[in-house]
Design a protein. Structure first.
Length: 249
């Protein structure tokens, strides 16, 4: 990781994809390496099913986590969780964060920035800057529009435009002096799906998005998935880019 003596990297140093640069590991291990959070107050924006939320506390040692979500169905499940006293679950989006200035040591966005409406992405990063302490960091992980897994996912929901918009928003936040770029890392995580019903349940029957897929499109998606099936399931490497930004000021 950069030290305080390193010159800040610029927005021009950021890349949306670097196929030659990928590391193979799981995200939680990369988080432990890049943003040690033992004893930290953490804001997780877009916590999904709260799998990583639990790991932030139980594995990485976060002192307190505020985990937000805009999916009302998922949030209703969050409030029933009773064994994470360090976590406060909250309904709300990144563009309007209900906390005072300088509340958090670290903010985490895991595949959530590209789900913020494009006109609100800049506002969301301004809000993250506001609620971070001086020198606090944003760990932003985004899926990369590249590779065999993406070729299937784009048949379900082609996110090229919003992913490019999310990357551009990060670049602007650095170029405008809100953040310095501490690190940019590309990694691939393993994903195995034993059969089509498992894949369909995980990526098509979701509560956070309206898929509106007709029978013809579903058949196309299924055929694309099943081309990867082996006797041990369909195995993918899922590409991601992580930008660690440090709050200026």
């Amino acid at each position: 990781m950069p030290t305080p003596a390193d010159p800040p990297k610029t927005a021009q140093a950021m890349s949306i994809n670097r196929p030659e640069a990928y590391r193979r590991l799981e995200e939680i291990d990369l988080m432990a390496e890049l943003v040690p959070m033992a004893g930290c107050a953490v804001l997780e924006l877009g916590c999904g099913a709260a799998w990583t939320t639990r790991l932030l506390v139980e594995r990485l040692g976060a002192r307190a986590v505020t985990a937000t979500e805009v999916d009302q169905i998922q949030h209703a499940k969050h409030v029933l969780i009773s064994d994470l006293p360090q976590v406060t679950f909250r309904y709300g989006g990144a563009e309007s964060i209900a906390d005072p200035d300088g509340t958090y040591d670290l903010a985490v966005m895991l595949k959530s920035l590209h789900h913020v409406p494009v006109p609100l992405m800049d506002r969301a990063l301004i809000e993250v800057h506001r609620v971070l302490k001086p020198g606090g960091r944003l760990y932003c992980s985004e899926p990369v529009y590249w590779g065999p897994f993406n070729e299937i996912m784009r048949l379900i929901d082609d996110e090229r435009v919003v992913r490019e918009a999310a990357f551009a928003a990060l670049q602007r936040a650095v170029a405008q002096g809100l953040f310095d770029l501490d690190a940019e890392v590309f990694f691939e995580s393993a994903g195995t799906y034993p059969d089509w019903p498992t894949f369909e349940a995980r990526f098509i029957h979701v509560t956070h998005s309206e898929r509106n897929l007709d029978a013809e499109r579903l058949a196309i998606i299924r055929a694309a998935f099943e081309r990867h099936l082996t006797p041990t399931g369909a195995h993918f490497l899922k590409p991601h880019r992580v930008d660690v930004l440090r709050r200026r000021g």
